[in-house]
Design a protein. Structure first.
Length: 232
């Protein structure tokens, strides 16, 4: 195993130590040196695999963000979500947020994530369960989504499994999303969540910053929708 931090490469046979030899040159304060043995790495991976079980265990990453992670020995998932209280009827809110023409106006780019350039139905003129939807992103990516459930004005589920570009293509093998609309005295409470199946159970430490960014993208998109709906 090789560990490389701050431009220094350490061999796999380097042992963990709390102090350098007396005759060794002391590193400067702006350098970070990592000493890791192959055995240590194996222990880390083993402990991680033991923490996985056949039954998925959900843990809160951030209560304020609503972002959760889900570990399982068969797959690895991360969930991102956004929610908003909108002063608009549930029927109007549902129709607006499930209209393919809406997405290019509210789901804009947020570096390094692309936005939606266009969205259109493939198999029908109106959305329905089983209908496919072609989504073209601002980076040229084309994704075909499948509407898994369309139950006005309560639930809209959809999923996709290929077509992504870097960085998400390195992290995600499949995604399933759901919009839930709850009627309130003031209008509608909307919750939008995404479940991502990762390409590898070991990828989540690297992918977590991207998914946190994706969750911010979701929030901003939903906020634009709220502004648009409440201004009409």
């Amino acid at each position: 195993m090789v560990c490389c931090l701050s431009g220094r490469i350490l061999r796999s046979d380097t042992t963990i130590t709390s102090a350098a030899p007396e005759n060794a040159q002391q590193p400067s304060t702006d350098q970070i040196i990592c000493y890791v043995t192959t055995a240590s790495y194996i222990r880390i991976v083993t402990q991680f695999r033991k923490s996985c079980s056949d039954t998925c265990t959900t843990q809160t990453l951030s209560e304020s963000s609503g972002n959760r992670r889900c570990f399982t020995s068969k797959s690895m998932k991360l969930t991102a979500s956004a929610e908003s209280a909108i002063r608009c009827s549930r029927e109007t809110t549902f129709q607006y947020l499930t209209d393919a023409a809406t997405y290019s106006h509210i789901m804009l780019p947020l570096f390094p994530l692309a936005g939606i350039r266009s969205s259109s139905l493939i198999d029908a003129d109106v959305p329905a369960t089983g209908v496919r939807r072609r989504v073209v992103l601002t980076d040229g990516t084309e994704i075909v989504e499948t509407i898994d459930e369309y139950s006005p004005p309560r639930i809209h589920r959809y999923s996709w499994g290929n077509g992504l570009k870097v960085p998400l293509s390195l992290l995600v093998s499949h995604a399933a999303a759901v919009w839930k609309f709850t009627k309130t005295n003031e209008g509608t409470f909307v919750r939008w969540s995404y479940d991502f199946t990762l390409t590898s159970p070991l990828i989540w430490p690297l992918g977590l910053p991207v998914f946190m960014r994706f969750q911010t993208w979701m929030r901003q998109s939903l906020e634009r929708a709220r502004t648009q709906l409440e201004s009409n």
